[in-house]
Write a protein that binds this ligand. Structure first.
Ligand SMILES: *[C@@H]1O[C@H](CO)[C@@H](O)[C@H](O)[C@H]1NC(C)=O
Ligand SMILES: *[C@@H]1O[C@H](CO)[C@@H](O)[C@H](O)[C@H]1NC(C)=O
Ligand SMILES: *[C@@H]1O[C@H](CO)[C@@H](O)[C@H](O)[C@H]1NC(C)=O
Ligand SMILES: *[C@@H]1O[C@H](CO)[C@@H](O)[C@H](O)[C@H]1NC(C)=O
Ligand SMILES: *[C@@H]1O[C@H](CO)[C@@H](O)[C@H](O)[C@H]1NC(C)=O
Ligand SMILES: *[C@@H]1O[C@H](CO)[C@@H](O)[C@H](O)[C@H]1NC(C)=O
Ligand SMILES: *[C@@H]1O[C@H](CO)[C@@H](O)[C@H](O)[C@H]1NC(C)=O
Length: 242
């Protein structure tokens, strides 16, 4: 009798540990994200497959799994109108995030910095995101492609972006960015494209950009940059092939 209830207790304990583990956490987090992405709950066609009745989230629209963990979220061009829930920082193993070409509003969540061990792609371009670019994104040292342009972002380009040493693509065009181009970007030796046009950036193009020896494309037109092009840029032979 006593042994039976001990067994039952053990069984319940095991069961509760199992159900408290990754899978159901991820399901709950995805449903939280849906609530923040879709502002009008009557809009049932958006993220229709994101439904607790089908807990097999690995085949929900835009969700990619590796084994049973979520490694990709691609919700580009789905008509999302809400904001990005800070819960997105809970997906430890997320490698690619693409929320581009929606109508998302509000800030870029600082909790994205929690994904520093995994995140390689962060595409939030062509939305209506506002506020400043969080300096915390500078901890995403595995990022290869960061595209935040065509939003309503203001403030300056974080100096911490000099830590993103894996970056190939940094695209921040068509926002309302002010301040100078941080010289720290000169540390991005893998950077191939630096896209900064159509902002309110001022001052000189820092000579340190000449250290970005992989650059093949810089766009910086339609800003308030002044002075002359630094001589160091002549080192970017792929840009100026003479
Ligand atoms: C989702 O996965 C289940 C089982 O893996 C499968 O039966 C079902 O058809 C899938 N649904 C869609 C929409 O692909
Ligand atoms: C997301 O999906 C769109 C549409 O299918 C595609 O064009 C885009 O390349 C995908 N994004 C990423 C980061 O793979
Ligand atoms: C950051 O990740 C840890 C696990 O690595 C998780 O426990 C925590 O909730 C996450 N924080 C946020 C704000 O998402
Ligand atoms: C997911 O991320 C956690 C924390 O970074 C790590 O311990 C775990 O091995 C990863 N799982 C997979 C399947 O990559
Ligand atoms: C950026 O815009 C927000 C409103 O969206 C404003 O509160 C904030 O002061 C602005 N910051 C800068 C640096 O202009
Ligand atoms: C760029 O290279 C110069 C010359 O080697 C060096 O003094 C400078 O600190 C470098 N800049 C950055 C941001 O790494
Ligand atoms: C460039 O503009 C800044 C203010 O944005 C000003 O202080 C500086 O003197 C200007 N430099 C040149 C060379 O025009």
């Amino acid at each position: 009798m006593q042994q039976n209830s001990l067994l039952l207790a053990l069984f319940l304990l095991c069961f509760s540990i199992r159900s408290g583990s990754g899978q159901s956490d991820d399901l709950r987090t995805l449903l939280e994200l849906k609530n923040s992405f879709v502002t009008n709950p009557k809009d049932e066609t958006i993220l229709r497959t994101w439904n607790a009745d089908d807990p097999n989230f690995c085949n929900w629209t835009g969700v990619t799994c590796g084994g049973s963990v979520i490694i990709g979220l691609n919700l580009s061009s789905l008509g999302l109108t809400g904001s990005i829930s800070p819960s997105i920082g809970r997906f430890n193993n997320l490698t690619h995030i693409d929320l581009s070409s929606n109508r998302l509003v509000g800030p870029i969540p600082t909790t994205l910095s929690n994904l520093s061990a995994s995140l390689e792609t962060l595409h939030l371009f062509s939305n209506r995101l506002s506020g400043e670019i969080p300096s915390q994104l500078g901890s995403l040292v595995n990022l290869k492609s960061l595209k935040l342009g065509d939003n309503e972002l203001n403030g300056s380009i974080p100096e911490t972006f000099g830590n993103l040493v894996s970056l190939r693509m940094l695209a921040l065009a068509s926002c309302r960015l002010t301040g100078t181009i941080p010289s720290q970007l000169g540390r991005l030796v893998q950077l191939q494209a630096l896209i900064l046009q159509d902002n309110e950036l001022e001052g000189l193009i820092p000579p340190d950009i000449g250290n970005c020896t992989s650059l093949v494309l810089i766009t910086a037109a339609v800003n308030r940059l002044n002075g002359s092009l630094p001589a160091e840029l002549s080192r970017l032979i792929s840009c100026f092939p003479n």
